[in-house]
Design a binder for this molecule. Structure first.
Ligand SMILES: *Cc1c(COP(=O)(O)O)cnc(C)c1O
Length: 398
């Protein structure tokens, strides 16, 4: 492709063009095969082109594509029922992306305080190094300056606390605070799991100060970390949960889930989106959840994740350029002492797809149906590359 691109240059794209995907494999336009350990960023959680989802989407495509949310959409009712069965939530709002799910969460939290409780509260405590999306409100919720750069003025009502530091959260609580919003494992921030005590203390603080607890499960949700939702690892119950990435197996859908007490905060007209939960997209999500349930994929992610993390920890423990291997389930990060973009390019050349998380972390997000042998192959390539870089990075270590 030598022609000038007509796209805004919003992405630093790798020079690979994929033309076909199946299971854990992708093929580029040169006929090269790749083992995919990023799943389109935690999206293709059943692998590429999963048969069970494809069948249901095709059936729906033959029936009806779109009608508008002014009518009952049976697939939406069914999907909402499935989502409330696998979570602690009681009601669902469908949208088209993660950022939109978080927008809905922010709006619901504010509206509950202002309309149901008649309190003038709007401030949301989020965290440094968090990631919540790219709309104006969600990039403001995101505690990373580089993501906010050049977009002033930002909407009011977000303050940032130190992650894994509940004392710092407490310091930020005041008469305007309405909610705390966090990821259970910071994804884009570098695969940083929340500490168990931190999450428990946050949950207690929310109860004590009557704050809503919003958990952003857009990357961690739907089995990725070894539970349907990562909050389940912590024995807490959030008030609001946002999901998106893995929900539609690659078709765009987001959802905001909330507890029963929040239902009356929204009424007809208070929030909406044209495409949200359309018949085709919800068919894909129903099939995704049904497949995950039938095949016990959260449990599978837990088992395979523990095995993989053990292998990586063991093989990398004496490598001086590796700082830490961490994660939950099949969401694993390898933190290095140096930016990893070169290593990521080298793994591409070796037919393996992995992705960064922040500058120094190699992130692994295999699909949840991945074969153990394929995980083994990925481990071998990554450990070999990191072994080779031991000498080239020597100066960085010293
Ligand atoms: C990807 C992601 C988002 C944003 O989702 P989009 O679909 O890109 O808008 C928000 N929060 C977290 C934790 C994410 O990983």
């Amino acid at each position: 492709m030598s022609e000038k691109s007509c796209l805004f240059p919003t992405y630093a794209r790798f020079p690979i063009t994929f033309v076909k995907g199946e299971g854990s494999r992708l093929w580029d336009d040169q006929g090269n095969e790749y083992l995919d350990m990023m799943s389109g960023l935690a999206v293709s959680n059943l692998g590429h082109a999963p048969e069970s989802v494809k069948q249901k989407v095709k059936l729906q495509l033959d029936q009806l594509w779109h009608v508008s949310n002014l009518f009952t959409i049976p697939n939406q009712e069914k999907l909402a029922s499935l989502l409330t069965n696998i979570s602690c939530a009681d009601a669902v709002f469908f949208c088209n992306s993660g950022a939109e799910a978080n927008e809905a969460a922010i709006k619901l939290a504010r509206r509950y305080k202002q309309k149901v409780l008649s309190e003038n509260k709007y401030e949301i405590i989020t965290f440094k190094q968090s990631f919540h999306g790219r709309t104006l409100a969600t990039l403001t919720a995101t505690g990373q300056e580089k993501i906010q750069d050049g977009f002033l003025p930002l909407p009011d009502g977000f303050v940032y606390a130190e992650y894994n530091n509940s004392a710092d959260v407490e310091k930020h609580i005041n008469g305007k605070t309405c909610a705390v919003m966090l990821e259970m494992v910071q994804g884009e921030g570098g695969v940083i799991p929340a500490d168990a005590t931190f999450v428990k203390e946050i949950s207690d603080l929310c109860k004590k100060h009557d704050l809503l607890l919003i958990v952003d499960e857009i990357q961690t949700g739907l089995g990725r970390t070894g539970k349907w939702f990562a909050y389940e690892h912590y024995g807490i119950e959030p008030d609001i949960i946002s999901v998106a990435k893995g929900l539609g197996s690659g078709l765009p859908i987001g959802a905001m889930l909330g507890k029963g007490k929040l239902i009356e905060a929204f009424n007809p007209g208070s929030h909406a989106t044209t495409f949200g939960g359309n018949p085709v997209i919800t068919a894909a999500a129903i099939a995704t959840i049904q497949t995950m349930t039938e095949l016990f994929l959260p449990e599978r992610a837990m088992e395979l994740g523990e095995w993989m993390m053990g292998q990586l920890t063991d093989r990398l423990k004496d490598n001086p350029i590796v700082k830490e291997v961490r994660g939950k389930g099949l969401m694993i990060g390898i933190e290095c002492v140096h930016p990893v973009v070169e290593i990521i390019k080298e793994t591409h050349d070796a037919g393996l797809l992995v992705v960064g998380a922040g500058p120094n972390v190699i992130r692994l997000l295999p699909n949840l149906l991945v074969e153990k042998e394929d995980l083994q192959k990925a481990i071998d390539v990554i450990c070999t590359k990191l072994e080779q870089h031991k000498t080239t990075w020597k100066e960085a270590v010293q």
